[in-house]
Design a protein around this ligand. Structure first.
Ligand SMILES: [Zn+2]
Length: 427
């Protein structure tokens, strides 16, 4: 991708002094708005990443407020009321909602459409919770989950702030693609590098302009490549703050996973922002049940974090799975499943069949272990080796894993389509 120097797109010179940070227009997020209005409001916002020779409010934010902290304006208390949020070159006063825009500072498309960032800043103080979706552009359920959560929030009732980015990878979204335009997976490049590859620069810009302002982060995903996931959290439970975050989601399964290097949640956790991935459903589909469950999980979290007056308590806690295994099809053909998502299976139980449409040879896929179907392929034509069922293994009461949790099978690097085991986890 052609990359122009920062200065070329820095634009909007002038509004540089600290006091000149424009106040974001307060809008009712639930009210429909025209594209023209969105573009107009994005233009009045200054570029998010201040370039070195152009000191602006972004610089002020970053120099005077410790990294990874909520950007409450202690340093600016004379200029701004308490609880004012400084984000993307705008001030968001307490008890207001607004739409901001984030553009990767390296974009060369003169007409690049900025990525909307929805902000609800509550009347009362509290943490900043960030919700990011569609870092993989073909994962639609998260977009709808963010929309529903943000548009239903009343800033008068909220303590703290919620920042929602419904479509982080707008490039991929417009092409129904998981990837960026250069075929890179954005979720392998965090926290990014301002002088690295295109993907790395985009990641850096997003990480600095948005993610560093969060006190906690939920990154929304779905299964990958025609696979669907039971509503589940992926979380590194060895980190006490992350473990605590997972307790807030009500009736949501938790799968222990450190997260692949470069994933947004891992990069956020590494700078002290507790982060989890919330998986719901399959790519390229909108699954009403998955969306409703995701919304319920996040609203329960808001209540758990004392950001919303509750009690919005959803269901009993679900088990935590400390390990999982992929079960593959050994023959190519038409895969038809016998189990459903979320089902408990015994060792040796029939998961599905693969039938060769030419020879009519049919093979059964049996579960090699007892566990629960956390993810599975949609019915489709598969090649030999296709990872078809993701079985979660629950620890026994004494915390020991059953013998059949053979670690060798999780060591495999490359699965079907040259996709790594990490990619199968779809974050
Ligand atoms: Zn994803």
């Amino acid at each position: 991708m052609l990359v122009l120097p920062l200065q070329v797109i820095a634009g909007e010179p002038g509004a540089a002094a600290a006091g000149a940070v424009p106040e974001a227009k307060s809008v009712d997020l639930g009210q429909p708005v025209s594209n023209e209005e969105i573009l107009k409001s994005a233009k009045t916002q200054r570029p998010s990443s201040a370039s070195p020779d152009e000191p602006g409010a972004s610089e002020l934010e970053e120099s005077e407020i410790p990294e990874g902290q909520a950007v409450y304006s202690d340093a600016l208390s004379e200029l701004n009321p308490p609880n004012t949020l400084l984000l993307l070159g705008a001030k968001v006063p307490p008890a207001t909602s607004t739409r901001l825009a984030w553009s990767p500072s390296q974009s060369f498309e003169g007409i690049a459409v900025p990525t909307p960032v929805l902000v609800v800043n509550g009347a009362n103080s509290g943490p900043v919770l960030c919700l990011t979706a569609a870092i993989h552009g073909d994962e639609l359920n998260g977009i709808e989950i963010v929309r529903r959560v943000l548009y239903n929030l009343d800033p008068q009732e909220l303590s703290g702030a919620v920042i929602g980015v419904p479509i982080a990878n707008l490039q991929g979204f417009r092409r129904n693609s998981r990837y960026l335009t250069d075929r890179r997976d954005l979720n392998r490049f965090f926290p990014g590098n301002p002088t690295g590859s295109s993907a790395s620069r985009i990641a850096h810009s997003f990480f600095n302009d948005v993610v560093r302002h969060c006190d906690a982060l939920v990154d929304l995903h779905t299964g990958s490549f025609h696979r669907t996931n039971l509503l589940q959290l992926r979380a590194d439970l060895g980190d006490p703050a992350i473990l605590e975050l997972t307790h807030g989601f009500g009736s949501t399964v938790v799968l222990q996973s450190e997260g692949a290097p470069g994933t947004l949640r891992r990069a956020a956790a590494e700078i002290g922002i507790p982060a989890v991935t919330l998986e719901a459903g399959a790519p390229l589909r909108l699954d009403e049940e998955g969306v409703q469950q995701g919304v319920a999980g996040i609203e329960t979290l808001l209540s758990h974090m004392n950001m919303m007056k509750g009690p919005r308590f959803w269901g009993n806690p679900e088990p935590v799975y400390y390990e999982s295994r992929w079960v593959r099809a050994d023959q190519g053909g038409i895969l038809l499943s016998s189990v459903s998502l979320g089902e408990e299976v015994d060792r040796g139980e029939l998961l599905g069949t693969v039938t060769d449409p030419i020879t009519n040879v049919r093979v059964e896929i049996l579960s090699p272990l007892a566990g629960r179907v956390l993810g599975m392929a949609l019915n489709q034509v598969v090649l030999p080796g296709f990872a078809a069922y993701h079985i979660g293994i629950q620890a026994s009461d004494d915390g020991e894993l059953p013998d059949e949790s053979d670690p060798e099978s999780t060591d495999e690097d490359v699965a079907d389509h040259g996709v790594s085991e990490d990619d199968l986890l779809a974050e």
